[in-house]
Design a protein around this ligand. Structure first.
Ligand SMILES: C[S@@+](CC[C@H](N)C(=O)[O-])C[C@H]1O[C@@H](n2cnc3c(N)ncnc32)[C@H](O)[C@@H]1O
Length: 370
């Protein structure tokens, strides 16, 4: 618990949530001033200092609640036993046999603000079960695993082997620090493998790899919070930064104003974002995006990247944002045949058609620098 909390709490964090808080020990261990605990058990007593909500965290209406940190040790109920009460469906995209812990992970990632952290103790089955695949993919899209720990032995009183992960929500994929066993022995960090099970089964440690784009650039993608946050603030008559969608990005060129745009089921000619109609959190997000950057279309045959040297454009979801101090070099790498070959080789079949490829921050960061 201490290690998870230590990795999840960061400078500047104020609020923490444990959606299955029990006696509130994870929350208290954070030492943060604003603590919220949820538990379904009427007997749960998280103690003083915790704003306690009794109820089912997975079915609760969370509205726009956002926390700096979500931590905890959620229940490992298999849906097989809980299925009848859930009708076999998973609100967060897991299959009917997905572990409830997977659902807590999906929920946690949604409830943490961009830049915040999620630290959870989870069953090792979540690393590989088929029913967890959709949730793993959603978490990979929304957050970057920074640290993980696992143990080959059964810890706590759990009948299952556990692991723990700490994710940075909205973070650029990068190295995952790893530790192992009851003594928390440090293992070599590794780049996030395509299959989560690779975190345990090995994979290529970073030290053996050559330099990659991730060494000189940070890639991030925005997700549903940004998407829904922009709905209602976008229009052809608004005053504000242009909204750039994937469809507008061509290699070296942005077609904003030249080609119509579809956003939130509407067509626009030259959509702009009215910043003053965004929530404060979304305004902070917009500020962080209105900087010099490279924008990359997420779904392409060839990698399509365009430079925004003056930081004028706001990326729509799921355009990938690249921040770098070496834009010319990054653009040259992204335009190279070798980089295109790399992404096709490593993500073949992930796109909508056989020849297109769905890019993500991790894949882009893994492109070798030659
Ligand atoms: C493994 S315990 C962890 C509690 C606490 N972190 C600890 O270490 O003492 C899991 C907790 O989740 C609660 N729980 C189970 N299903 C829940 C749900 N759907 N919503 C909220 N809490 C739930 C249980 O009542 C239990 O207190």
């Amino acid at each position: 618990m201490a290690a998870v909390v230590r990795e999840a709490v960061f400078a500047g964090a104020r609020s923490a949530l444990d959606p299955a808080c029990g006696d509130g020990r994870f929350l208290r261990a954070t030492g943060l001033p604003e603590l919220t605990g949820v538990d379904i058990d009427p007997a749960a007593t998280p103690g003083p200092g915790v704003d306690f909500v009794r109820g089912d965290a997975l079915t609760r209406e969370w509205g726009s609640a956002q926390f700096d940190v979500v931590v905890g040790n959620p229940p490992f109920l298999n849906q097989l036993s809980a299925r009848t009460t859930r009708g076999g469906s998973s609100r967060f995209g897991g299959g009917p046999y997905a572990d409830a812990a997977a659902e807590f992970l999906a929920l946690a990632v949604q409830l943490v603000r961009p830049g915040g952290r999620v630290g959870l103790v989870l069953p090792q089955s979540l690393l590989s079960t088929r029913d967890g695949a959709a949730i793993r993919a959603a978490v990979d899209e929304a957050a970057a695993l920074r640290w993980m720990w696992w143990s080959p032995t059964h810890l706590f009183d759990a009948q299952v082997r556990v692991w723990a992960g700490v994710w940075e929500v909205g973070g650029a994929a990068g190295a995952v620090r790893r530790s192992f066993g009851p003594q928390f022995a440090q293992l070599p960090a590794m780049t996030m493998p395509a299959a989560w099970s690779g975190l345990i089964s090995g994979g290529t440690p970073i030290a053996n790899d050559g330099p990659t784009l991730g060494d000189i650039a940070a890639f991030t993608v925005d997700f549903r919070d940004q998407y829904y946050g922009l709905v209602g603030a976008v229009g052809d008559d608004e005053v504000g930064p242009p909204l750039v969608t994937s469809g507008l990005i061509e290699p070296g060129r942005c077609l904003w104003g030249e080609r119509p745009v579809r956003f939130a089921k509407q067509q626009f000619a030259a959509p702009r974002v009215a910043l003053d109609r965004l929530t404060p959190a979304l305004q902070r997000w917009a500020e962080s995006r209105l900087v010099p950057k490279i924008l990359i279309a997420n779904q392409t045959k060839l990698i399509e990247a365009v430079h925004d040297p003056t930081g004028e454009w706001l990326p729509s979801v799921p355009v990938i944002t690249c921040l770098t101090e070496q834009p010319e070099r990054v653009l040259a790498v992204l335009a190279s045949g070798a980089a295109n070959h790399w992404v096709h080789h490593h993500a073949a079949g992930s796109g909508l058609s056989a020849t297109s490829v769905r890019l993500n921050p991790r894949l882009l960061a893994s492109i070798p620098l030659r």
